[in-house]
Write a protein that binds this ligand. Structure first.
Ligand code: SF4
Length: 247
C-alpha cells in the first residue's frame, strides 16, 4: 500500500512515474518514446555500473587512505588539481559512472575541489571526446575550448569548495567527518618541529611550518598525535573527536 511516508521518501520516482502517465494519456507517441529511451539508459546502466562498483571496491581496498589524502586531499595543492584533471580526462564511461568513484574518493579524504575537477573533466574534456572534437571542429577550436574549460573547472572547483562543506554531504563515514578536526593552525605554528620529531610519519615541516603528511590510521599513531598536541608550545594542532573504529 502506498503511504504518505513512502510517497515523501520516493517523491522523485513518483513524480517521474506521474509524468510518464500524463505523457501516455495525452501524448501517447511521446510517452512510448520516453519509455524506450528510459529502457535504453537502464540497460546501459545495468551493463556499466557493476564494473564501476567493482573498480570502486578495488580502489577502496587497495589504495591506502593516506595516499588519497596526500594526492587528492585539502593540502594536495596544484599537483592534486592537475592529477584530478588527468584522472577525469582519461576516464571512460558516462558521467553517472563517476559518482560512485567520487563518493569513495571523498570518503577516503579527497577534497571537494578535486572531486569537482574530476567530475567536470570527466563530463566535458575526456580525451576521446577531444580527439573527436578536433576531427570535426579543428584542433584550434578544441585547444581554445580545452584551455577555457580547464580554467572554468578550476575556478568552479574552488568556488564550490567555499560553498559546500563535507559535513553537508550525505553518507560520509564518521572518520571522514572527524578528520576535518585534524588540522594545524598555521598562524600559530612557530616551526619548532616538535610534532615532526614525535610523529615524523604524520607531520612534515615545509617552509618552517608543520603540515599534515598523513592521517593516523591506528591507535599508536593517534597517541603520537595526542602527544604532539600536548607538547605543541602554541597549541597549533587541532585534533578532536578522532576515531579509528569506522575504518
Ligand atoms: S609543535 Fe606546534 S609550533 Fe611546533 S612545529 Fe608542531 S605545530 Fe608547529
Amino acid at each position: 500500500m502506498i503511504t504518505f511516508e513512502k510517497l515523501k521518501k520516493n517523491k522523485v520516482a513518483f513524480l517521474v512515474a506521474l509524468v510518464y502517465l500524463i505523457l501516455l494519456a495525452f501524448f501517447p507517441e511521446k510517452g512510448v518514446e520516453a519509455l524506450n529511451r528510459t529502457k535504453y539508459f537502464l540497460l546501459e546502466m545495468v551493463q556499466i555500473l557493476p564494473v564501476i562498483f567493482m573498480f570502486t571496491v578495488v580502489i577502496e581496498a587497495w589504495i591506502p587512505k593516506e595516499v588519497i589524502v596526500k594526492k587528492f586531499g585539502d593540502n594536495s595543492g596544484f599537483s592534486g588539481n592537475a592529477l584530478s584533471l588527468l584522472l577525469g580526462s582519461i576516464s571512460a564511461g558516462p558521467i553517472y559512472a563517476a559518482f560512485p568513484i567520487a563518493k569513495m574518493l571523498l570518503k577516503k579524504g579527497a577534497s571537494i575541489t578535486n572531486i569537482v575537477i574530476i567530475l567536470s573533466s570527466w563530463a566535458v574534456i575526456k580525451v576521446p571526446m577531444l580527439a573527436n572534437e578536433a576531427k570535426f571542429l579543428g584542433a584550434e577550436f578544441m585547444a581554445v575550448r580545452w584551455i577555457l574549460t580547464v580554467i572554468s573547472i578550476l575556478v568552479m572547483g574552488y568556488l564550490i569548495s567555499l560553498i559546500v562543506k563535507k559535513e553537508d554531504l550525505p553518507g560520509l563515514d564518521s572518520l571522514e567527518r572527524t578528520k576535518k578536526l585534524f588540522e594545524i593552525n598555521e598562524d600559530y605554528c612557530i616551526g619548532c618541529a616538535i610534532c615532526a620529531k614525535i610523529a615524523p610519519k604524520i607531520f612534515a615541516m615545509v617552509d618552517d611550518k608543520a603540515k599534515i603528511n598523513s592521517i593516523p590510521t591506528d591507535q599508536l599513531e593517534i597517541e603520537l598525535v595526542l602527544a604532539s598536541v600536548d607538547k605543541c608550545p602554541t597549541k597549533a594542532i587541532i585534533f578532536e573527536n578522532y576515531e579509528t573504529g569506522s575504518e
